[in-house]
Design a protein around this ligand. Structure first.
Ligand code: ADP
Length: 438
């Protein structure tokens, strides 16, 4: 009966906001962990490691290792060693700086030369009077470990994100159902009952919604029943009144009283008609030419300003319909189109077309149109755009609700829109009969 509510753009949806909050929190936590490691843990560990490696270097130097022993250490401990002393010079890695360059560096910086994430170098005195230079790759290895940790954290975050996506989608399902229920109720579907699967706040909200919908339905049913009862009760006194009025001598007062009685008669007839159509009572359908029905209905208004133009494509459209019902619909729509036309309005356009799936009838007028905020309500019983009833446009707001019930009883739909420039357009859509060629 109603189209599902339009999904809000992701950045405006509760889901989108929750995902964003989650991401921001995840990034904040990651930032805090990294900040903590960068400013506290790393410098602390770095200083301890520096001291240990420096001390270890001095101990190795005290043992005066030769090139062979140094190469063995290099392979085992990932340390490169250069020696320069009175008994010769050798190195396990040609890229190591000379002792003189290293001394130069230590004088400029500190006892060790330790770039942030590079190779740490230590100078140590040899018992021979020479010097050993040790280059440890501890920083480089720590850096690689940090990179791996970062990648691992990112991968974990992506996994957590997808898991949270699934969990949030499930958790917010009742909210979506509620949104759907509220829009169905506001569109007039009073039979809406939402399934309640949760016991949280959404569950209470769903229960409250179901109670509210049931209560609204009950109130409207009571209203309709009251109107129906009153209409029934009014029929007999009204008939007696009309008979009594007919027996009175003609006068202005009699004419006024007859007009009032006719108005009350019209109202009760409309109300009873509305009730007759309630809940899709079976129609008495016969195969008719829809286009001919349109032409017949237009005939009544041919000489009434602003006039009427009928068009049809194809020229004959056979359809199974309740003739009296469809005549009532056309009479109401054309009556309104004439009633709400302005002195300078173009003629009313009444058209019938057939597309692949449907038969479409349009009534287009050139009147003031319908305020866009009222478009959704004009098919509700007793709804009038202008609440003050005047003699010229003084209906009861029942005509369109009767039209809607008749069209829906045919399995069709009725909709109102405004024309781009001026005036209203009522569109009736009937499903095409199943038989080919009909
Ligand atoms: P009424 O008997 O009051 O015309 P309807 O159910 O036929 O009741 O129409 C409901 C309301 O819709 C009207 O009061 C009017 O405000 C608006 N309406 C209906 N048809 C038109 C139209 N062709 N142009 C402008 N407003 C219209």
């Amino acid at each position: 009966m109603t189209s599902p509510p339009a999904k809000p753009p992701i950045h405006r949806s509760v889901f989108g906001k929750l995902v964003l909050i989650m991401l921001v929190m995840a990034f904040c936590i990651m930032g805090m962990v990294f900040g903590f490691f960068l400013h506290f843990v790393n410098p602390m560990v770095g200083r301890s490691v520096d001291r240990m490696l420096g001390d270890y270097g001095r101990r190795i130097a005290a043992d005066s290792p030769d090139l062979k022993e140094a190469q063995r250490l290099a392979a085992r401990l990932h340390v490169q060693i250069r020696y320069e002393g009175p008994d010769g010079a050798w190195t396990t890695d040609q890229n190591l700086p000379t002792i003189a360059e290293a001394v130069d560096d230590t004088q400029r910086t500190h006892w060790t030369m330790r770039p942030a994430w590079g190779t740490s170098r230590y100078l140590a005195q040899a018992p021979s009077g020479g010097h050993y230079l040790f280059a440890w790759e501890f920083g480089q290895r720590a850096h690689a470990a940090h990179d791996r940790l970062l990648l691992f954290l990112l991968a974990s975050m992506i996994a957590v994100f997808f898991a949270a996506h699934v969990v949030l989608t499930r958790a917010l399902r009742p909210l979506r159902a509620l949104q759907d229920g509220v829009s169905r109720l506001s569109a007039g579907d009073l039979d809406v009952v939402l399934e309640n699967r949760t016991r949280d706040e959404f569950g209470s909200l769903t229960d409250a919604f179901n109670r509210m919908a049931a209560r609204v339905k009950e109130m409207l049913r009571a209203r309709d029943q009251l109107l129906l009862d009153v209409s029934h009760e009014l029929r007999s006194p009204l008939t007696r009144l009309k008979v009594a009025l007919a027996l009175l001598p003609d006068s202005a007062k009699k004419a006024q009283a007859e007009a009032d009685a006719a108005e009350m008669d019209a109202l009760t007839t409309e109300l009873l008609e509305l009730e007759r159509l309630r809940d899709g009572r079976p129609l008495r359908t016969t195969r008719e030419d829809l286009v001919q029905l349109l032409r017949d209905a237009a005939q009544t208004y041919r000489d009434t300003p602003p006039g009427i133009r009928v068009s049809a494509s194809p020229p004959e459209i056979p359809l199974d319909l309740d003739v009296d019902g469809v005549r009532t619909v056309l009479r109401n729509l054309l009556g309104n189109a004439v009633k709400y036309s302005l002195p300078d309005s173009r003629p009313i356009e009444l058209s019938a077309t057939r597309d692949d799936d449907n038969l479409v009838v349009r009534v287009v007028d050139d009147g003031p149109g319908i305020p866009s905020e009222d478009l959704a309500s004009i098919f509700d019983p007793f709804f009038r755009v202008d609440r003050s009833r005047s003699r010229k446009t003084g209906g009861y707001g029942l005509g369109l609700s009767i039209c809607k019930r008749i069209v829906e009883a045919h399995g069709g739909q009725i909709a109102a829109t405004n024309n781009p420039v001026r005036g209203a357009c009522f569109t009736l859509t009937f499903p095409k009969p199943a038989t080919p060629g009909s």
